[in-house]
Design a protein around this ligand. Structure first.
Ligand SMILES: Nc1ncnc2c1ncn2[C@@H]1O[C@H](COP(=O)(O)OP(=O)(O)OP(=O)(O)O)[C@@H](O)[C@H]1O
Length: 234
C-alpha cells in the first residue's frame, strides 16, 4: 500500500528551482532510501514533504490525504516526524528533557520509553546528562529517539551516519531495522554501504530530478548505474 506520494513536485528556493518535477511513491513499511550527490536536492525533498518549503506546482499525498498546503505542525500531527541533518536537539537540556519536549502531552508512554532504552541503551545511561556532552553517535540516537517517542507512521531521516564511527553506524543500522518493523523510514543517505543494507526500495535524485527509482536489489546489482548516478567524478 502507498503511504506517501509526491507528484510533479517543483520546489523553488528564492528565485532558483531546486526540485523539478519530482514524482515518487513510498510504500508502507520498511526503509525507502533516497540517494544522490551533494546538493542534488535530497534535503529539499524532505523539507518539502514536511511543509518547510512549499512545492508549486506539485502535490504531497500522505495516506491519500493532500498535505501539500498544511503547516509543518499539522503534518507532524498526522504522524510524520523529521530527523534533520543537524539533529535538532537542545544541547543545554538533558536527554530526559529533550525527550519530554518531543512528547505530545509532556509525559512518557512507559512501553515506548522502554523500547527506546532497548534500542539505544546509551540514552538510559546518560539520561540526566546535557545533550551537548554526548558523543556524536549518542546525539544522533537522541535525535532519532525524539522522532519515535510518539507513535509515527513515517519518519524522514536526513544523513544520520554522517561523521559517525563504523561501530556506531552498525548499531544505528540495527536500530533502524527494528524501527522499520512498525514505522516506515524515508532515509536520505550518502553512505551507500549503510543504505544498501537497509533499503528495500530506493530512488536517486540528481540535479533536482529523479534520475532512477526501483528496488535496492536491482540498483546494488548494477555497478554502471551506481557509478553514473553516485560517483563524484561525473
Ligand atoms: N536555504 C537555501 N537557500 C538557497 N539555496 C539552497 C538552500 N537550501 C538548499 N539550497 C540549494 O538547493 C540545492 C539542493 O540542496 P539540498 O540541501 O536539498 O541538497 P542535498 O542533496 O540534501 O545535499 P547534501 O547532501 O549536500 O545535504 C543546492 O544547490 C543548495 O545549494
Amino acid at each position: 500500500m502507498t503511504l506517501l506520494s509526491l507528484t510533479n513536485m517543483q520546489t523553488n528556493i528564492g528565485e532558483y528551482a531546486v526540485l523539478h518535477d519530482i514524482s515518487l511513491t513510498v510504500p508502507e513499511g520498511g526503509v525507502f532510501v533516497l540517494l544522490g550527490r551533494n546538493g542534488a536536492g535530497k534535503t529539499t525533498t524532505l523539507r518539502s514533504i514536511m511543509g518547510m518549503w512549499r512545492p508549486s506546482p506539485g502535490s504531497v499525498m500522505f495516506r491519500g490525504q493532500d498535505i501539500t498546503a498544511l503547516h509543518t505542525a499539522d503534518i507532524a500531527r498526522l504522524g510524520i516526524a523529521f530527523v534533520p541533518e543537524n539533529m535538532g536537539i537542545f544541547g543545554g537540556l538533558t536527554v530526559e528533557e529533550n525527550l519530554v519536549l518531543a512528547t505530545a502531552k509532556g509525559k512518557f508512554d512507559r512501553d515506548r520509553l522502554n523500547r527506546i532504552y532497548r534500542l539505544f541503551p546509551a540514552l538510559e545511561k546518560f539520561w540526566t546528562k546535557q545533550a551537548w556532552s554526548l558523543s556524536g553517535g549518542q546525539k544522533q540516537m537522541l535525535s532519532v529517539a525524539r522522532a519515535i517517542i510518539e507513535p509515527r507512521d513515517l519518519i524522514l531521516i536526513d544523513e544520520p551516519t554522517k561523521g559517525l564511527a563504523p561501530a556506531i553506524v552498525d548499531a544505528m543500522a540495527e536500530a533502524f531495522r527494528e524501527i522499520s518493523d512498525t514505522t516506515t523510514i524515508l532515509l536520505v543517505e550518502q553512505n551507500f554501504e549503510f543504505a544498501k543494507s537497509l533499503g528495500r526500495d530506493m530512488a536517486v535524485i540528481d540535479d533536482g530530478r529523479i534520475a532512477h527509482a526501483g528496488s535496492m536489489a536491482d540498483f546494488v546489482a548494477d555497478r554502471a548505474l551506481q557509478d553514473r548516478l553516485l560517483s563524484l567524478s561525473v
